[in-house]
Ligand binder design. Sequence first.
Ligand SMILES: Cc1cc2nc3c(=O)[nH]c(=O)nc-3n(C[C@H](O)[C@H](O)[C@H](O)COP(=O)(O)O)c2cc1C
Length: 411
Amino acid sequence: MNATELFPGIWHLGANISKDNLFEGMWPIPHGVSLNSYLVEGKDIALIDLVRDWEDAPGEIEKQLGQLGVDIQRIRYLVLNHLEPDHTGWVPGFKQRNPGVEIVTTKKGAELVDTFYHITDNVRVVKTGDSIDLGGGKVLRFYEIPNVHWPETMATYEVSSKALFPCDAFGSFGKIGDRIFDDQLSEEEHAFYEFESLRYYANIVASFSPFVERAIKALEGLEISAICPSHGIIWRRHPERIVERYARYASYYKGPAEPEVTLIWGSMYDNTATATDVVREALLESGITFHEYRVPEQDFSHILAHAWKSQGFILGMPTYEYHMFPPMAHTIDILGRKHVRGRTVFWYGSFGWSGGAEREFNELTERHKLGWEVVGKADFRGNPTAEDLSRLKREVTAFVEKVRERARTSA
Ligand SMILES: Cc1cc2nc3c(=O)[nH]c(=O)nc-3n(C[C@H](O)[C@H](O)[C@H](O)COP(=O)(O)O)c2cc1C
């Protein structure tokens, strides 16, 4: 990747992570992820957000600084919007190369700089409204946006260009190529990043949705010419597009979500699988958009993305050792941890003698306060009979109508 100029004196630097396959040690990134950093040059130079020593991202940044003829030691300010190590892991290495650099972060950010890197000297604490004049017409202004995604997070705004650097907010999975701007991408490429931003949102940011709404409100009065996140593409033609998208994703938290169904199921010996064939048939006949996942074969990162936008869930869960089939229990637990609330739900599944899946389902939904409306269930003993299957089909068809009623109308 090469350094790319966004505005006179403002550059995108960064690295693509493409070999490692897990983000935060758990989320698959089959299409990689970018770590974006930005250089603002006035009379003084500031670097906004850094990288972690991951697939030699620091080497990439150094190479790009070399392309711009900027010696690391000339960088006066290191702005840390967010202390998560993917953006800060290289801070100690950077500081070794440039001991005089001034770290700029929030009060909570300064605590975390100490906690993670044991650095306390040359740290400037800023709060909403504070600014740093770099000279040469470049001014950085700071806005705290706590909990998007950690408590210390802030966004940085460059006044002359009106560019916003919001770190994880408005970010996306998916590595970026040489064309890093929204106006350089085809509709097909946009569709790719749209799903990668939904998956990023559902995996990383979803739990903090009320804070996303607050942050969007706090930044509302700002005139923004470009949104330059720490992961993914840069929005300079239509910055409102990614803001509206994030606002919509955040609103799914309270529901209602889209008139779509996510079908998640597991089966040991195919009895629940046989029933799933009928569920799928009913969904296809109903014409509703649905997304099907079998666990544990398919990963919960993708499940979570589709679940986040679907108003309806259908869960196929057999009984296993007086509880639910563990991969299904794990998936529901993840949905609970990510606060996927207020959904319309139908479940089915096979048991051998006394059942047990239902009890665990109730425990999980109560523990996570999911507020799911369970509009139907169809459990059956062993291999489903023709009667079991025709009842299941009728119930799924009725469930789809309920989902359509409950879903947002402006889909
Ligand atoms: C390891 C194992 C544990 C099971 N534990 C229970 C149980 O606790 N209670 C029960 O009613 N059935 C139990 N069963 C029976 C299954 O629920 C039953 O075979 C069911 O049809 C499995 O659905 P599937 O074919 O979709 O995997 C168990 C089956 C297996 C293989």
